[in-house]
Design a protein around this ligand. Structure first.
Ligand SMILES: [Zn+2]
Length: 238
């Protein structure tokens, strides 16, 4: 099975966004403003983490042109608890996208906004785990018994597709959902663009990339229903 890790560059290094792109941080592109989610726990607007367009190989959302937006609370709420509403996954059909960047709700604390990193390429990696072994990644007992062997075949970075790198426990997912990717924000968890690699201001770069999900992994599950697509993000911390 293949997975896809984003090669990113910082928004500061490229011209301003003029069309739909896969990206991390900054402001979302195309999100209807009324769909910016609030935290189920503290009630504040969530922080925008990333957006990805549906793609037949790496990220199928069940309908061409759909875009998925990921949000999480950066205010110590229970992002590890799928019931708490401290994360949100918003999936928008192409016809419902709006033009341009979406401003955050007025009550959003701008200091919680993440720096923008834009995806310039998706780099394909192979995860050689055979199809018949796949179930072991989603079974608590089988995972516990085979963790080391399974982990050797899994890419432990930010990615779409592939198999999850569990850090504490296996998360089951409701029927109709599949594991669609995972999100980490250490500097080694992305493929870095030449601009980033060559940048002299290393502290600044790390400050940008190390935010979002620090010391943890966000697991993304999607139900690509034709009429009512849904998603779930669960974040575990080390
Ligand atoms: Zn919150």
């Amino acid at each position: 099975m293949f997975c896809y890790t984003p090669k990113v560059t910082l928004g500061d290094y490229v011209p301003k966004q003029t069309s739909l792109e896969d990206k991390f941080g900054g402001l979302p592109w195309g999100l209807p403003p009324e769909r910016w989610p609030l935290c189920g726990e503290c009630g504040e607007p969530l922080t925008f983490l990333a957006q990805f367009s549906s793609h037949p190989q790496r990220f199928s959302l069940g309908k061409e042109g759909r875009v998925l937006f990921l949000f999480s609370c950066q205010d110590d709420c229970s992002t590890f608890d799928r019931e708490a509403g401290a994360n949100a996954v918003v999936i928008v059909d192409r016809d419902d996208l709006v033009a341009g960047l979406t401003a955050a709700p007025p009550s959003f604390d701008e200091s919680l906004m993440l720096a923008e990193a834009r995806v310039v390429e998706w780099v394909q990696y192979e995860e050689p785990l055979p199809d018949e072994e796949k179930w072991k990644c989603y079974d608590r007992k089988a995972w516990a018994e085979n963790e080391q062997a399974l982990n050797r075949q899994i890419v432990h970075r930010t990615k779409l597709g592939g198999f999850p790198s569990w850090i504490h426990r296996v998360h089951s997912h409701p029927q109709g959902y599949f594991f669609a990717g995972q999100y980490l924000t250490g500097p080694d968890d992305f493929v870095q663009s030449e601009e980033i690699v060559n940048a002299t201001d290393e502290n600044n770069i790390l400050r940008y990339l190390l935010r979002g999900i620090e010391n943890g992994i966000g697991y993304l599950f999607i139900n690509p229903d034709a009429v009512e697509p849904k998603g779930e993000l669960i974040v575990d911390y080390y």
